[in-house]
Ligand binder design. Structure first.
Ligand code: ZN
Length: 370
């Protein structure tokens, strides 16, 4: 697995991935004529045994500066993460496309991490309107390379229902990006059921992106940026387990949920869920009778591939199935600069499974046609 800044032997130029020991020349000769030639870096397609594979990254960040003008300047500034790639949260199209080219990504699904769950109704209405319009405008500028998940004011579920409907029907967005919880409320809380019902009705995806488990901020202090390294995977894990154990997936069996970072810790340590209520029935609600074993719900959830090593990806696929995994990079934050190599280097996957994870699964999930 490549480390930041390195390339594996599979990659000889940005976006050119060899899977059958070909040479650059041979692969270029096999490549179909390219319809899209706008990239500045001369991106070439990803090939598996000479066959073009479209790649989709469902986990990519941005901010819409126009929406941030509604906030005090200092607060707006604080929304840019203290990380590498932060400046690119304001999308400069050529720069964004060049970054995707370097990663071998054909299409990126943009989203905005929710920062507005504590805002009042009037302000958040304006914020979400500007953001969803802004996302739609970005996608319209390069529709073959960009798609987006909408923003929703989930603290006002009735408003969020209308925003989701507008985002999908009016703006063509692919679903919505949600956090890990909403101002102290779990997604499994019945107050959010109307939103999940609307997502199910529209057949669109909810992308769960964590927000650091803020309740544990004191314990995350110290060396190592634990608020992210532990806080983010934990936040996703808590969100997903509540959705499973509170019966939300039974109530909305066709709800499409996609979890960032391989589902956090759940992706690597799921089977413990199947034993809890057996070991301690008093810790479980006798009124909730799940239709399936807790781990079985993972086979209807989607997980991004941001788990770093081929071994971790092999395990995730073993737990949830190759049909449930899609590429996630966190672009422009450089957590995974070689997402295609990561999939290709996972030897346990068949070519068919690799192609599905690289883009086929996401295309199906999001209704994307190339
Ligand atoms: Zn992210």
């Amino acid at each position: 697995m490549p480390t930041p800044g390195s390339h594996t032997t599979h990659t000889t130029a940005p976006g050119v991935i060899f899977t059958d020991c070909g040479s650059l020349k041979a692969a270029a000769a096999r490549a179909p004529a390219r319809k899209r030639t706008k990239s500045a870096t001369g991106r070439l397609p990803v090939l598996i045994k000479g066959k073009r594979v479209r790649t989709i990254d469902v986990h990519a960040h941005c901010l819409i500066p126009k929406a941030l003008t509604l906030l005090p300047a200092a607060e707006a500034k604080s929304l840019y993460p203290p990380t590498k790639g932060s400046k690119e949260f304001d999308v400069a199209l050529d720069e964004r496309l060049a970054g995707m080219d370097a990663q071998g990504i054909d299409l990126e699904v943009l989203s905005i991490n929710p920062w507005w769950y504590d805002k009042d109704r009037e302000l958040v209405t304006k914020v979400i309107q500007l953001q969803n319009e802004g996302l739609a405008e970005l996608c319209a500028r390069q529709p073959d390379r960009l798609a987006a998940f909408a923003s929703l004011a989930l603290q006002f579920p009735d408003l969020a229902v209308r925003q989701l409907e507008d985002a999908v029907r009016k703006y063509g967005l692919k679903g919505a990006a949600i956090g890990g919880s909403v101002a102290g409320y779990e997604f499994a809380d019945p107050k959010f059921h109307p939103v999940w019902a609307k997502a199910q009705e529209l057949d669109v995806t909810l992308f769960i992106h964590p927000q650091s488990t803020p309740e544990l901020s004191k314990r995350f202090k110290g060396n190592g940026w634990l608020s992210n390294v532990i806080g983010n995977p934990l936040d996703t894990t808590i969100a997903l387990e509540h959705l499973i154990f509170e019966g939300t997936f039974d109530k909305f069996p066709r709800l499409k949920v996609c979890a960032a970072h391989g589902g956090g810790f759940l992706g690597s340590y799921a089977p413990r869920m199947d034993y809890g209520c057996f070991i301690n029935p008093d810790g479980c609600n006798p009124d909730i009778k799940l239709k399936k074993k807790p781990t079985e719900y993972m086979r209807q959830i989607f997980f991004d591939s941001l788990v770093f090593t081929p071994e971790a990806l092999r395990h995730l696929v073993a737990e949830v199935g190759a049909s449930q995994v899609v590429i996630g990079t966190d672009h422009p934050i450089p957590w995974n600069q070689h997402p295609v190599d990561h999939v290709m280097a996972t030897k346990s996957l068949s070519d068919k499974e690799k192609a599905a994870i690289l883009g086929g699964n996401a295309a199906k999930l999001l209704g994307i046609k190339f």
